[in-house]
Design a protein around this ligand. Structure first.
Ligand code: OAD
Length: 254
């Protein structure tokens, strides 16, 4: 492993345009469960069709809100882990670091990453189901409650979590920028995603076809592993700080 970290440090240390793509595994060591891990993945215990689709919300908004209130509580208590901070440190070492994330927990932003493209929304934010002030009409999670359901503070319509559900489009501008930076990247560091949810899952192959070198950090093989020049098979909170230390050591030695 040490040798692979040194190799990865050499590649990333030379990057002019690094893109980091993150998924739920990035936040696992912060205590936020992933979706598909065999031990405690949310979708191994719960059915996404009943909790994370527009149809589910229409059918039973109370159930969906209960689920998101539970997840918000986990995120509220979570703090960035050493992996998140290592990505912030990379900004001191490289000319460009853009983080594209599927995570809705805001932990990259809370750690201090300065250029984050969130593609699946923000769990602590809510949004008006009528988009009364234009789409999207978003507000903080402290929305007024009526009949046990959160409401839009502007028009009183039902509020919903400001996250992307299955079957919904991703925020267009963010997705477009993610695709542009992906195509321009010389290195893509993929951290903690199973790489099975589209359209984000297509970004690593887009980077690969455009000539980027892919490096993956994930304790388990994923749908992306076969594209990766290097697979660092360990937890993000341990591997990423080691990677940053190795880049610093190389700089110090030059
Ligand atoms: P998954 O749960 O599908 O995958 C998590 C990945 O993290 C797996 O490949 C694990 O092996 C890996 N992993 C576990 N622990 C790790 C650790 N400590 N360090 C690094 N990696 C670790 O999560 P995502 O790929 O993010 O969508 O899932 C994609 C989307 O599916 C989510 O954004 C969510 C979900 O439905 C929406 O909410 C729209």
């Amino acid at each position: 492993m040490q040798y692979r970290i040194m190799e990865a440090a050499a590649i990333i240390g030379r990057s002019q345009r690094l893109v980091v793509l993150t998924g739920a595994g990035m936040s696992k060591e912060s205590g936020v469960p992933t979706f598909r891990d065999e031990d405690d993945g949310l979708w191994t215990k719960y059915d996404p069709a009943e909790l994370a689709t527009p149809e589910a919300f229409q059918r039973d908004p109370r159930l969906v809100w209960e689920w998101y209130t539970y997840r918000r509580e986990i995120v509220r208590q979570a703090a960035p882990n050493p992996g998140h901070y290592a990505l912030v440190e990379l900004e001191d070492l490289l000319p460009q670091v853009v983080v594209i994330t599927q995570n809705v927990d805001d932990l990259h932003q809370r750690a201090g990453s300065s250029d984050v493209i969130p593609l699946h929304g923000a769990i602590m934010r809510s949004r008006c189901t009528a988009d009364c002030r234009g789409g999207p009409t978003a507000f903080s999670s402290e929305a007024p409650v009526k009949d046990g359901l959160p409401r839009c503070p502007y028009c009183g319509a039902l509020a919903r979590p400001d996250v992307v559900w299955f079957g919904e489009n991703l925020p267009a501008e963010a997705l477009l920028r993610a695709m542009i930076v992906t195509q321009e990247a010389d290195v893509m560091l993929v951290v903690g995603t199973s790489g099975v949810v589209q359209p984000v899952a297509a970004l690593p192959s887009l980077a690969f076809r455009a000539g980027a070198t892919l490096i993956e950090v994930n304790p388990n093989a994923s749908a992306i592993t076969s594209l990766a020049a290097l697979w660092l098979d360990g937890p993000a909170g341990e591997i990423l700080p080691q990677l940053v230390a190795a880049i610093r050591a190389r700089r110090g030695g030059q």
